[in-house]
Design a protein around this ligand. Structure first.
Ligand code: NAD
Length: 357
């Protein structure tokens, strides 16, 4: 029996999580596995009931179980709350407390959808990128972080800080991942300007010495932003720090045709948090338009990384690929030649494909 915590969250979060849970039930049936699911509130939904974005009790359950599947949090209702009380704080707190320092964001382009990305289809042939982003350090967490009075004006300070061990552990994750792929790591930094990037490059080179089978290259982040568009199929694993990874992974998400397609995994020692990369999409909430594929593929990543159930994970990913390449899509990808499905119809198709293949 495997145990997991499910945090549906806000907006379309609950809608896509329902589909992921449907898929999990299909996996139970097909692979004779058992999952115990405990559901908790997070984000705005939790603020409305408990006055905080996540309760201490939920955080303890997540830490104890070590496996969390999350929908999305946030929405206009809570936009004016002070920074500390906003729904997104639930994510920051969970990432910090679970110490999930490695974020994996795979970007796959399905052949059938190559025409639907704003990037030219011929550039997208064979694109299969894994972005490995450091998640608990750097600019987003460094102290001091403040806005203060300064002479006759205000001054804001953020701090970008990395230690050797923080860089080492995420680099190891990237090299290990590359071993199961095309054996190429592109480390992205800004070492011509930033001290943190100088240390980053030095530590990555040290770690690479333990992986002679992996080809390591370095690229400055501004150049990487450009090369990603010019030659996306030239990348395999991209390893980078928190802020650069945040930006580059959103850039790369465009290749997949819709934000709704993309999964993510945030991994620490014995802990994992799995969530689609999209937000709560309040503009389409409750309309049956949400694409559940990112959430369903996040579930596949959970099965692989937290439970070691590779066959079940592969079966989900193959089913998604078969359904999409057969031309079934949700409203975010609709176009001539494709067949429009609602959120739940898409989930049902993927379930059928798992059970019948
Ligand atoms: P968003 O990702 O929610 O939406 C951006 C656009 O993509 C919207 O047009 C939306 O309709 C579309 N979209 C997103 N997911 C989709 C899906 N699965 N299927 C179809 N279309 C989809 O980003 P936003 O609009 O900037 O933010 C909305 C709220 O979500 C904000 O409160 C923001 O803070 C929050 N947010 C949460 C997370 C998270 O929980 N991890 C991430 C990003 C944003």
């Amino acid at each position: 029996m495997y145990k997991l915590i499910v945090l549906p969250g806000d907006g379309i979060g609950p809608e896509v999580i329902v589909e992921a849970v449907k898929v999990l039930q299909a996996v139970e049936q097909k692979f004779d596995l058992r999952f115990e699911i405990e559901e908790h509130l997070a984000g705005g939904a939790c603020i409305d009931v408990h006055g905080v974005p996540i309760t201490d009790e939920t955080v303890s359950c997540c830490k104890e179980t070590g496996v969390v599947l999350l929908g999305a949090v946030g929405g206009p209702k809570w936009d004016d709350y002070p920074l500390e009380q906003r729904p997104e704080k639930a994510l920051m707190r969970l990432r910090r407390e679970l110490e999930v320092f490695t974020n994996l964001r795979p970007v796959t382009v399905y052949d059938r959808l190559r025409n639907y990305s704003p990037v030219k289809p011929e550039l997208l042939k064979g694109v299969d990128i894994l972005i490995v982003r450091e998640l608990t350090g750097g600019l987003y967490f460094g102290e001091p972080k403040k806005i203060e009075k300064w002479n006759n004006e205000e001054r804001a300070v953020d701090t970008m800080v990395y230690t050797t061990s923080e860089i080492e552990r995420v680099s190891v994750a990237a090299f290990e991942a590359a071993r199961k792929r095309k054996k190429k790591v592109m480390s992205v930094d800004k070492s011509n300007v930033l001290a943190t990037s100088k240390l980053w490059r030095k530590v990555v080179i040290d770690v690479a010495s333990h992986y002679p089978d992996i080809e390591l290259q370095h690229m400055l982040v501004d150049n990487c932003a450009m090369q990603l568009i010019l030659n996306p199929s030239g990348f395999d694993v991209i390893l980078t720090e928190n802020t650069f990874g945040d930006i580059l992974s959103d850039e790369a998400s465009v290749f997949a045709g819709s934000l709704g397609m993309l999964p993510s995994a945030s991994l620490g020692i014995g802990k994992g948090m799995f969530e689609p990369v999209h937000g709560s999409a309040p503009d389409i909430m409750g309309k049956g338009k949400a694409n559940p594929v990112g959430a369903i593929k996040s579930l596949a990543m959970m099965l692989r990384h937290s439970f070691g159930e590779d066959s079940a994970a592969n079966s989900i990913e193959n089913a998604v690929s078969d359904v999409i390449n057969a031309g079934y899509v949700t409203a975010d990808l609709t176009a001539e030649g494709l067949k429009l499905e609602s959120t739940s119809e898409m989930g049902d198709r993927i379930v059928d494909q798992i059970l019948t293949s």
